[in-house]
Every structure is written in C-alpha cells, then in structure tokens.
Write a protein that binds this ligand. Structure first.
Ligand code: SAM
Length: 409
C-alpha cells in the first residue's frame, strides 16, 4: 500500500512526506547517517532528551508555572502584539501539520523506537574539548589535526593498500580541512577522536577570520548557504552552551562573496522574537543582498508525538522559523539569474529535537529550490557538525563529530 511505501522510504531516507500536505516528518539520525560509510550517529546520543518517561511530567510542571507567570504579567507591548499576530497566522497551519502526524499511526509506532541503538559503541577515553576556548589561545595556529583513512577501508575491498594507512597533519584552526574520499575518515586531535564523513570539509575559525573561507574562484562558491547564528536571547542556559553575538556582527557575514555565480539559496534560522524578525527583513537580508522568499517552520515533538510545549506559550513556542531567500549570482547568463524558482511559503517539518538548539538537517527538504545546474555545493555557517557533500564553518564545527556520538556500523 501507499502507506507502507512511505514508511519504507522513511526507514531509508529519514524523511516521511504526508500525503496532500505541506508537512514532512524527519528523523535527523537517519538523515545524518546517509553521510557515513563505516560509522553511525548513535540515536541515544542524538536524542538525549524528550524520550524519558518522566520528562513530560517535569516539563508540564514547568509550563504550568510559566503559564501562571504569563497570565499574571502586564498586557503585551506593541512588539509582543506583532509577534502574537504572526503566531496567530501560522498557528492553524502548525495545528494541521501536527494533526497529520497524529493521524499517521504507523509512523507514531516507529517514533518510540527511534532512540534504540543496536550497534557497538566506541570507547571514550578523553573529556570533550572546548574548541571555542582552544581556538582563542595564542597557540591556536600551532594545533594540528591528523587525518587517517578508516582502516577497514582496505580490508573491506579485500586488500590493504599503503595509501589507506596514510596520515595527514593539517592545521586545525584557520585552514580548510577536507575529506575528499568516498569513505569516512578518523581524525586525531589532542588525544581525542573525531569522525569526518565522506566528501565533507570544515573551516574552524572565529567570525573575524571567516574571509579565509571565501572561494578564490567564483564558480567554487556555494549554491545553498544554511546559517544558524548565535543570536543573543537572554537565556542563561544557552550562554553556557556557546558564546552569542549582538545582531550587528552578522551584518558583516560575506554572504554574497560566498555565493556561487549562479546564485545561492540562503536559509536562516531565526527565533520568534519580533525585534529579530524585523532586523532580518529590514537590515540583514538587504545588507547581504538576499531577497526574501518564504518562511518554513520546524515543529518539535516528543517521542509520543505530542508537542514539546504548548503552542500558545508566548516565550517558549514549540517551533522555530527558517527564513529563506535568494542571493543572486554574478552570472547573468545563468538560467537561475532571471527566473529563480518560487518557494512555497509555510512548509512545516516535524522532528524530535536533539541536544540543546541542535537543528535538524534540512538540505534534503530544500534541494528542489537550490539554484544550481550541477550537484549543489552546500555550506553551513556557525555549524557544530559535518555533513557529506557540505562545508561546515564555525568556531566548533567538530563539536558533534566527537567519536562519543558515534557507534560502528
Ligand atoms: N546549527 C548548530 C547546530 O545545529 O548544532 C547550532 C549553531 S549555534 C546556534 C551557534 C554556533 O555559533 C555555536 O557553535 C557558537 O559557538 C558559534 N559561534 C559563536 N560565536 C562565534 C564567533 N565569534 N565565530 C564563530 N562562531 C561562533
């Protein structure tokens, strides 16, 4: 039946498209694992929250407290009213998307199993590094990362070639480190192991050095640029996870110079704060040379399919927004220059969230809107992980590549 087919596509691709709807359900672990040949992102390390049975009880107690607080407080100011208006407009859509999920019994049964690991986990020997701190010390330019091909690689092909045991040392900060092979690589950095997926590269630096990432040749620019900036949001919890920056710093991101001559689809994660939405529409996109096209929504659910929080809770919405726009290329001959594809507004993707503020991989969902005549060149800015076929930039792009997040295939 059609349902069975959708499920089997989901089990392979991690993406479930609801029929006749603008909604998809995503299992980030399955999507990420398409990048790996020898390792697997371990589901239990990805889904560290929203599976524990007592989680729901704890959360709803917190929500009740917040709601009481919100009810008691002053009436909404002008900006909050505008944000409320935006929310009112998208709410029916989000409810409809959520109903799609609740109506898909076969998929709901699978949700509970997404966290189950059936693979060997990797022994952990070292404490997690803070790349943000390491990158800021004076010795940073001296640190090297050593890349080596997975040793099984030769074995699986029935021979061990000398080349496969080759090791390469490269500066870890401020240089482009690439795995151009079609297999995962292991990398050693200060006594810890990192997994580098096939066809991926990263550039680890502070925003001040992002210019090192600008391609020398225009045709080496990027067709898809996903950006998840460290917006300030006042939450103490977040400040402990990573440093944030005031909005004006993002005006200097060289988006146009990173874009391919044929142009780029730009996907920017934003919070629900009205001040930020206005900044993006009126200042940031114009400064980057990006034309606004559409907004998509990420709806967050728990393993039982219920929302992680109430839709109407003003400061803790169970969804986030992805603002999409086109950055036109310099190649006026390109077919994409004159007629960029239109992007439908208000698509919804649903997933169970990973670690704090880790975003689901969205490349596949955006593929059809990417302006490119060849395989798309994809870039993630402020990344904390690597993906096959992508370049990742940020001050800690290896964060989730630590071998502790992986098991052997
Ligand atoms: N999209 C990521 C994910 O799903 O895991 C989360 C990105 S998080 C919102 C923002 C990232 O920007 C953090 O890794 C943070 O360390 C990094 N960052 C903060 N200040 C930076 C700076 N000055 N230069 C480069 N990266 C910075």
């Amino acid at each position: 039946t059609e349902n069975n087919q959708r499920l089997s596509v989901f089990l392979k691709s991690g993406i479930y498209r609801f029929q006749g709807s603008n909604t998809v359900f995503v299992d980030p672990v399955r999507v990420l694992n398409l990048s790996y040949t020898h390792f697997r992102v371990s589901p239990s390390s990805y889904y560290s929250r929203f599976f524990q049975p007592n989680h729901s009880a704890r959360v709803s107690e917190n929500q009740r407290k917040r709601k009481r607080k919100e009810n008691k407080t002053r009436p909404l100011n002008e900006r909050e009213q505008a944000a409320d208006e935006r929310h009112r407009r998208v709410k029916p859509l989000l409810v409809e998307a959520h109903d799609c999920l609740l109506g898909a019994n076969d998929l709901l049964l699978i949700l509970e199993t997404l966290r189950i690991d059936d693979c060997k986990t990797i022994d952990l020997k070292c404490d997690e590094h803070s790349f943000v701190e390491l990158g800021s010390v004076w010795q940073a330019p001296l640190f090297e990362i050593s890349l080596h091909l997975n040793q099984d690689d030769g074995l699986s092909q029935g021979c061990i070639s000398v080349q496969n045991s080759e090791e390469r040392n490269i500066r870890a900060f401020g240089s482009l480190v690439a795995n151009d092979t079609s297999n995962d690589m292991e990398a050693d950095f200060l006594n810890c192991k990192y997994i580098i997926p096939k066809q991926s590269s990263f550039y680890m630096s502070d925003l001040k050095q992002i210019h090192g990432l600008i391609p020398v040749k225009n045709e080496c620019g990027f067709n898809l640029i996903v950006i998840d900036p460290p917006w300030e949001n006042g939450s103490a919890n977040q400040k402990m996870k990573y440093p944030t920056l005031p909005n004006r710093y993002f005006l200097s991101l060289p988006v146009k110079r990173l874009a391919h001559t044929e142009g780029a689809l730009v996907a920017l994660w934003v919070t629900n704060k009205e001040k930020l939405r206005i900044f993006v529409e009126e200042e940031l996109f114009p400064k980057w040379g990006v034309k606004y096209m559409a907004t998509h929504y990420w709806l967050k659910v728990k393993a039982d399919g219920s929302l992680i929080g109430e839709l109407d809770l003003c400061h803790h919405r169970p969804y986030e927004c992805l603002v999409l726009g086109y950055c036109y290329g310099k190649d006026e001959e390109s077919e994409y220059f004159s007629k960029p594809k239109s992007i439908p507004d208000c698509q919804v993707f649903i997933s169970i969230p990973g670690d704090y503020s880790r975003k689901p991989p969205i490349g596949e969902m955006l593929r059809e809107y990417i302006p490119s005549s060849e395989p798309a060149r994809c870039l993630e800015l402020f990344a904390r992980e690597l993906l096959g076929g992508w370049t990742s930039w940020g001050n800690e792009p290896l964060h989730f590549q630590d071998s502790r997040y992986f098991s052997m295939k």
